[in-house]
Design a binder for this molecule. Sequence first.
Ligand SMILES: *Cc1c(COP(=O)(O)O)cnc(C)c1O
Length: 365
Amino acid sequence: MEPIWNEWVENLKVYEPGRPITEVARELGFDDVEDFLKLASNENELGPSPKAVEAIRNQAAGVYRYPDGGCFYLKRKLAAKLDLTPEHLLFGNGSNELIVFLGHVFLGPGLNLVTGECAFAVYRLVAALYRAGVVAAPMPDLTYDLDALLEAVTPDTRLVAVCNPNNPTGTAVGQEDLDRFIERLPGHCLAVFDEAYIEMMPEDRRPDLMRYVREGRENVLVLRTFSKAYGLAGLRIGYAAAAPAVIGLLNRVRQPFNVNVLAQAAAEAALDDDAHVERTRTLAAEGCRTVAAALAELGCETVPSVANFMLVRVGDGGKVFEQLQRRRIIVRPMGAYGLPDYVRVTVGTPEQNERLIEAFREISE
Ligand SMILES: *Cc1c(COP(=O)(O)O)cnc(C)c1O
């Protein structure tokens, strides 16, 4: 083929997801996938709410119709729950798609996105997609340093992304620091707070940034997802909350039917099941506590996490990833995040956590 494509596309990196069980099983020559434990993508091991599953079933025969492109009912329901108006909200095919919309609207050659050096990888990929630069601020103690982020801002910065809690570090910054950061952010930047794991945080530590959106602050955008605490990662649905003017811009780059019928139905039902989210939060907190304590006994340091996953310092992350994989447990090596001596493990049910701990015990012997 003649080189008729945009040559810069050749240099884009492809996101490396947590490995699917079927792929790993095939590669290792195991026929049964039953026995595999995937703790690599921070999924909710409780699964989705039974209410969401029922809603999916009820909608199954309706999938011959196009979805409601504007997510009318879901938007109204979520707006009421968050004390916002429907005009403050936009849904995406996962919050990942909304990050792409942000790139489309705010980034381009000569502009840049500022984030932390161990931020969620998609921000870098999206900046590259729009041929914008990334300025990575240091993250001492693997936590966002909001002052360092502000120092990293240049006149060409348009987006400043803070994942709170952050993936892959599991750390979070608190309300006061966030308030100060928002006050000091220059007018030519939009602050993007990625709250993919916010529902997992203990309530007394959970910052409230929606209030900035509610109060009409135009340079604050909050991203959330149904993939993590709501257990709907496979359906792909997330949302942005921001000033109606910003939402209006993002809506212009959206394809007409970006959120499918089943995702809309399941998300609506999931919003009615706060108890499921509560159980998820408890499971995550107890899981982190149990796994961290057991690994400490084995001499493995963990990074204190407020989400359903944590970093474990193992020496050679790539090697431990392989060793666990041979024991049919899939975790995530962290070399791509510049953390080669860590693996990231998702915490699951008590039985799953026990199996993970047992595997660590074996390989540490
Ligand atoms: C998982 C994750 C997302 C992406 O979630 P989707 O809604 O499934 O696209 C976004 N941000 C962070 C920090 C995540 O960990």
